[in-house]
Design a binder for this molecule. Structure first.
Ligand SMILES: C[S@@+](CC[C@H](N)C(=O)[O-])C[C@H]1O[C@@H](n2cnc3c(N)ncnc32)[C@H](O)[C@@H]1O
Length: 310
C-alpha cells in the first residue's frame, strides 16, 4: 500500500522507526522539556488531556492517529511507533519537514521571526499578507512552506486554519504584540519524536488499513454539529458530513472486530450517541465557544467512545 503525503499520492520514503526514550503506550505525566505540538489547531485536545489520559489504554502496540491536526494526544503519549495522518497535505508536509529537515525549517523561520519582531505594526500586517500569499503559492513539501505555515499559525487571527473554497489559506492578521514564532528546542524535540512516525495524507479509512491486534487507534474527526447553525467543519476546503460520520463508525466497528483498541472523540449529540450505541461512552467537559460572540464560551459536554473498558 502507498502511504502518500502529497495530493498526487506519491509514496513517502520513510526511515525505520527508531527507539525514543519514552515507554511505549504509557499514558505519561507531562515531562518538562518533552516536545509539544508546534501548531495550534482548531478542535485541539490540549485542554482535555487531563481527562483523556484516564481513558487511554494502559498498553498497546503501534499508535494510529488518522485526524492528526495539531497532534495534542500524540505529543502527550509520545509513542515509539506511530502512523500519523491528516487529509490536509500542507499540514502533513509540515510534520514531514520538521521530521526530516528541521534545520531548513528553523533557518527560514528565524528569518521570518527577525523581520516580524523588528517591524512596526503596519509593516507587520503587510508582511503577514505577503507571507500568506507566498504560502498559498508554494508546493506542500517545501521547508519554506512549513516555515510559512508555522509563522502564519503564530501570527494569524486566533491561530486558526481555514481555507477558501479554492483551497487557499485565508485567515486574517492577528495583531499579537510579541508572539513566539520560533521555538527551536521544541522543533528539534518534535523532529526526534517524529523519527518513529510514518506520515501520510489520505482519507481516514486508508490511514488505518495496517492497524492490527492491540494497536491503539485514536479518532478525533471534525465534530458533528450541535445544531444546524453551529456547524464548524471548515478545517479544509471539504466538509465532513453525516455520511462521513457513518463511514467512520463503520471503520471503528471494523477495527473493533480486528482486535484494535479504539478511542474516538466527538460532540455529545443524539446522533453521535446512537451511532456508537453498544460501545463504552464517556463524557468530558471542554471549554468551547458556544456561540459566535466572544462572551459565548463555557464548559460543554463532549463524547468519548472506547471499545475497551479504560
Ligand atoms: C478535530 S481536528 C483534529 C484535532 C487534533 N486532534 C488536535 O488535537 O489538534 C480534525 C482534523 O481532521 C482532518 N480531516 C477532515 N476530514 C478528514 C478525512 N476525511 N480524513 C482524514 N482527516 C480529515 C482535518 O484536516 C483536521 O485537521
Amino acid at each position: 500500500m502507498q502511504r502518500a503525503i502529497s495530493k498526487s499520492k506519491t509514496a513517502a520514503v520513510l526511515p525505520e522507526p527508531v527507539a525514543v526514550a519514552w515507554p511505549v503506550g504509557a499514558p505519561n505525566q507531562p515531562a518538562s522539556g518533552a516536545p509539544r505540538p508546534f501548531l495550534k489547531w482548531a478542535g485541539g485536545k490540549g485542554q482535555l488531556l487531563g481527562e483523556l489520559r484516564h481513558l487511554f489504554p494502559r498498553t498497546f502496540g503501534t499508535y494510529f492517529e488518522p485526524f492528526l491536526g495539531g497532534g495534542a494526544v500524540y505529543f502527550d503519549l509520545r509513542p515509539r511507533k506511530a502512523f500519523l495522518n491528516d487529509i490536509n497535505a500542507a499540514l502533513m508536509g509540515s510534520y514531514l519537514n520538521v521530521k526530516r529537515r528541521p534545520d531548513a525549517v528553523i533557518e527560514r523561520l528565524r528569518l521570518l521571526q527577525d523581520e516580524y519582531l523588528g517591524a512596526p505594526e503596519p509593516a507587520r500586517a503587510e508582511m503577514f499578507y505577503r507571507v500568506r500569499d507566498e504560502y498559498n503559492g508554494l508546493p506542500d513539501h517545501t521547508p519554506q512552506k512549513t516555515a510559512c505555515l508555522i509563522f502564519l499559525n503564530k501570527t494569524c487571527y486566533n491561530g486558526m486554519y481555514r481555507e477558501s473554497s479554492t483551497g487557499q489559506f485565508n485567515v486574517p492578521f492577528g495583531r499579537y504584540r510579541n508572539p513566539r514564532i520560533l521555538d527551536e528546542e521544541n522543533l528539534r524535540g518534535a523532529s526526534a519524536l517524529l523519527a518513529g512516525a510514518e506520515l501520510s495524507s489520505t482519507p481516514f479509512e486508508e490511514a488505518v488499513r495496517d492497524a492490527g491486534k492491540n494497536d491503539f487507534v485514536y479518532f478525533d474527526p471534525p465534530y458533528h454539529p450541535l445544531s444546524e447553525t453551529s456547524s464548524f467543519t471548515s478545517y479544509h476546503a471539504r466538509d465532513f458530513a453525516e455520511a462521513d460520520q457513518i463511514r467512520l463508525r463503520d471503520v471503528f466497528a471494523d477495527l473493533d472486530r480486528r482486535g484494535c483498541l479504539v478511542m474516538l472523540s466527538n460532540s455529545y449529540t443524539e446522533f453521535t450517541r446512537n451511532l456508537y450505541e453498544g460501545f463504552h461512552q464517556h463524557t468530558v467537559l471542554a471549554n468551547r465557544a458556544i456561540n459566535c460572540k466572544a462572551t459565548g464560551r463555557g464548559k460543554i459536554k463532549e463524547l468519548v467512545v472506547t471499545n475497551y473498558r479504560p
